[in-house]
Design a binder for this molecule. Structure first.
Ligand code: TXA
Ligand code: MG
Length: 349
């Protein structure tokens, strides 16, 4: 299949192009599109055949449900059995935006889209081209992140093309995304809403709207016996091809430890990589050293993380070490993704 790549500009929405893209979805095809979090791989959420194609293009297990993207609040009711009051409040505050809410699904949503679950995840993204595309596509676009299963989510169209060229009809290229990590997921089917995946919208922000919000116990832990409630969280996600180890501790100890390890591994024939920060990066002696940004600027670190992981793959690095990050605010989402990428290999010095 020949994959068309088309530039879209959030500031100047080209209706005709988005109509074409929407037409592909309505005809049962797949189109990757930019959102404010990461690129999505879109198909018609109400068409079971489209959801099957999404799983096939991603190489993703079909028990891992998709997020349905909408462009207007009034479209939510069609997808769900009921809209809890708490969800209305969250939507008023955070939609359109990087928040996904889980509801009991209506009959309109085929089980293929929800991985057989009787719940459905819904999000209204804030990216203007995404909203226009969803409208042209008929209003209900199922979209996981547009990476091949197990790879870091794509934060630019170049990475979508790397994973999806030849497998889907079209890629809408909107440049680099704004946030760089996937949306926060909150389960609204419980008495007390529960965060299943941390993201840009933090627990503190949610608690400004709702009195209390829980957290899935498996979110940051590894050897928890409990299965995560978001099926996707159980897979070793976001993984670079090389091994990745997180090193936590005092700055000087961390640099010394990582330098010792990279030196040892290089002698064993490895190509070594380091993820550091602006203040420390010059001190590392790995073969490929990359700064995720200023340690105090977590938004930048969130935005850079997946690109850095992919660049280590491009440069065929086989052993990577990363500094650890604070888990306050969006730092929790950063560490959640980094821990998954590392298969929970973390050493505390
Ligand atoms: O920011 C995002 O959320 C991006 C953009 C494209 O919107 N999408 C995204 O989708 O990250 P995906 O498929 O890569 O991750 C969706 C996660 C998976 O872990 C999946 O298991 C979980 O959401 N999920 C989806 N529906 C669910 C449901 N009904 N119950 C529990 N978890 C669900
Ligand atoms: Mg994903």
């Amino acid at each position: 299949m020949d994959t068309k790549i088309i530039q879209v500009d959030e500031q100047h929405i080209q209706e005709e192009l988005l109509r074409q893209a929407g037409g592909i979805i309505r005809a049962g095809g797949l189109v990757a599109f930019p959102t404010e979090t990461v690129y999505g791989l879109g198909g018609d959420a109400l068409n079971p055949g489209s959801s099957k194609k999404i799983y096939a293009a991603k190489g993703r297990p079909s028990d891992n449900p998709l997020i349905v993207h909408i462009c207007r609040m009034e479209d939510l009711a069609y997808l769900v059995k009921e809209i809890p009051e708490a969800a209305v409040k969250l939507a008023e505050k955070f939609w359109p935006g990087p928040l996904t809410m889980i509801f009991h699904k209506s009959e309109a949503v085929p089980p293929e889209t929800t991985g057989g679950l009787d719940t459905v995840a819904v999000r209204m993204p804030s990216h203007k081209a995404a909203l226009a595309f969803i409208r042209e596509a008929g209003g209900y676009v199922a979209a996981p992140s547009a990476n091949r299963s197990g790879r870091p989510s794509p934060t630019s169209a170049k990475y979508v093309a790397e994973d999806m060229a030849g497998r889907i009809e079209m890629i809408l290229d909107g440049g680099d995304v704004e946030i760089g990590l996937e949306s926060t997921i909150i389960d609204m089917t419980e008495e007390e809403p529960v965060i299943l995946r941390p993201g840009y919208i933090t627990k503190e922000m949610l608690e400004e709207v709702l009195s209390s919000v829980g957290e899935d116990g498996t979110m940051m832990a590894d050897n928890c016996r409990q299965a995560p409630k978001a099926p996707g969280m159980k897979y070793r996600h976001y993984a670079p091809k090389g091994s990745l180890m997180i090193v936590d501790g005092e700055e000087e100890q961390v640099t010394a430890y990582i330098n010792g390890q990279t030196e040892r591994l290089r002698k064993e024939g490895h190509k070594t990589g380091v993820i550091g920060t602006d203040a420390t990066i010059a001190r590392y002696r790995g073969d490929v050293c990359k700064s995720a940004g200023d340690r105090d600027d977590e938004r930048t670190i969130a935005k850079e993380l997946y690109r850095i992981l992919r660049e280590f793959d491009e440069e065929e690095v086989t052993a990577i070490f990363s500094e650890s990050f604070d888990t306050a605010g969006i730092g929790q989402a950063i560490m959640n993704r980094l821990l998954k990428a590392a298969g929970h290999h973390i050493i505390h010095l």
